[in-house]
Design a protein around this ligand. Structure first.
Ligand code: DLZ
Length: 158
């Protein structure tokens, strides 16, 4: 998997801009919550470390990753939200559900980002099994939640 070779969890914090006045929405999927809560913890820690104010970070839950697009849209349409970070975990199963959900959320988040001209970050793990997900949610391959937050900050400076 590509993320075993490259991840943003070891980014250089040097040229990170001031985000103390930026407002973030985090949309978190409840499916595979042991993983998505770890992603959320990683994302929050990065935002706070770089100066985001707790009052400027709002969280909303959605039932599963498929619903991230709609949740993201409701957040992105708010004028005072600068970036939306979406966190989910889709684990390959026996059915085609995996492909449908991954495709839908990737396209959905892209659409929301382009519609509202705001960073809408794809912090969604798409893995073969639960171990791969844990490895990327604070395990040996870093934390995709950290990476999602770093990506949001970088895109705000774009
Ligand atoms: C139904 C389903 C399945 C099988 N697997 C996952 C998963 O691995 N990760 C995830 O975030 N959500 C899953 N879901 C739920 C869907 O995302 C969605 O919530 C339901 O299909 C209802 O629209």
């Amino acid at each position: 998997m590509a993320s075993t070779k490259k991840n943003l969890s070891t980014y250089s914090p040097n040229n990170i801009q001031d985000i103390s006045k930026r407002k973030f929405a985090l949309v978190v999927s409840e499916w595979n919550s042991e993983v998505t809560e770890a992603l959320y913890t990683g994302a929050i820690e990065v935002l706070l470390k770089h100066g985001a104010k707790p009052k400027n970070i709002i969280r909303r839950n959605v039932p599963g990753s498929f619903e991230l697009s709609f949740g993201a849209q409701l957040m992105a349409q708010k004028k005072d939200i600068h970036a939306v970070i979406c966190l989910g975990c889709v684990i390959q199963g026996e059915t085609k559900h995996f492909d449908f959900i991954c495709q839908a959320v990737a396209q959905g988040l892209t659409n929301v980002s382009l519609k509202y001209n705001k960073p809408v970050i794809f912090g969604v793990l798409t893995t073969d099994n639960q171990q791969q997900a844990f490895d990327r949610a604070g395990g040996k391959h870093g934390n995709k939640g950290d990476e999602a937050a770093v990506t949001a900050i970088k895109m705000l400076a774009f």
